[in-house]
Design a protein around this ligand. Sequence first.
Ligand code: SF4
Length: 380
Amino acid sequence: MCDQKSIYIHIPFCVKKCDYCDFFSLTDLSLIPVYIRALQKEIKKRSGTKEKIDTIYFGGGTPSLLPVKYIDKVLNSIGDNFLISRDVEVTFEVNPGTVTPHYLKQLKTSGINRLSIGVQSFNEDKLRFLTRIHTVQQAVKTIKDAGTAGFDNISMDFIYGLFFETRNIWEKDLKQAIGMTPSHLSCYMLTIEPGTPLDEKLKKGLITRTKGKIMSRMFKETAIFLTHNNYEQYEISSFSKGRQNRSRHNSKYWDMTPYHGFGAAAHSYDGQTRSWNPENIETYIKDLDSGGLPVEDRESLTKNQKMMEMIMLRLRTLEGLDLAKFKILFNESFEKKYKDILKRIFADSLGFIKDQRFALTLEGKSRLDGIVEAFAEKIL
Ligand code: SF4
């Protein structure tokens, strides 16, 4: 396990809520200054001994709504309280439609060295359906402007599987995406989360849900297309041009490396205990103003929970689960313990063991939920 930790910063502000989104964010931007002050307090309070940090991630919400002076404040607080690795990866999520070429240049100067741009699609109908605040033209411009500003490590986020989306629409999205030569792509299937406006529309019969079979086909076709174009599927939704362009930050989550999460609704993990901050900005700020830590709750993972988490996270990845590491951590043989499940997986060609690692085939990955469920039934 890597001895350097990660820092996640949650920026819970958005211009408006997208219909499909269930992340914690607010549209009252007047709270930004006081929120940043609270963030700085939290960073200081939780620093303790100067820990080594080699990845920082600004997520949201919409971090690109932050004026650069606030980003500098947050980065300075991190620098004052942690030991930052010389080759630190600093990722910043950008929503097209919120940035100018000047802003992107300022980001570069601030020390941000990786952008994650929420393109979602190059199709106007898809963007309208998702109620994004930007147009295709704005997304294209943001990508070009980011390159001009000097960013050479750019990831783009896409969503697919909308009920009216044909194979052709998604293929065009992917072709246009790789034509812009990003170093990384994240392609997510649309999920309709309970309580979102999209869920309401579904209940009213205004939209439908894409069938599982079609989703599964699109998932596999996406992986095959991107792999043929030299993007490696190193995680179920993540594709990178070469190993060096993987998201180092996210890779640590899938490796269960401890991380600090700062900000309202942010989660932290210290290798044994998971804790999370309140999903309420006022409570978050009040907790810090009164001198406490803004922790809503924490849970110490049992051996079985840890085992489940490891299986669930590692099966998402290209390298899969390290059998020797499993034995050291849990003092049990993975192959013996899950003999019956593995027998079924091998019989259906959904997974394999190679170089002492258990990983899923593409077909297996397309059925990940069912496979994880099989392990959960036995473990939990
Ligand atoms: S911009 Fe991102 S975080 Fe904000 S509402 Fe839309 S999807 Fe959610």
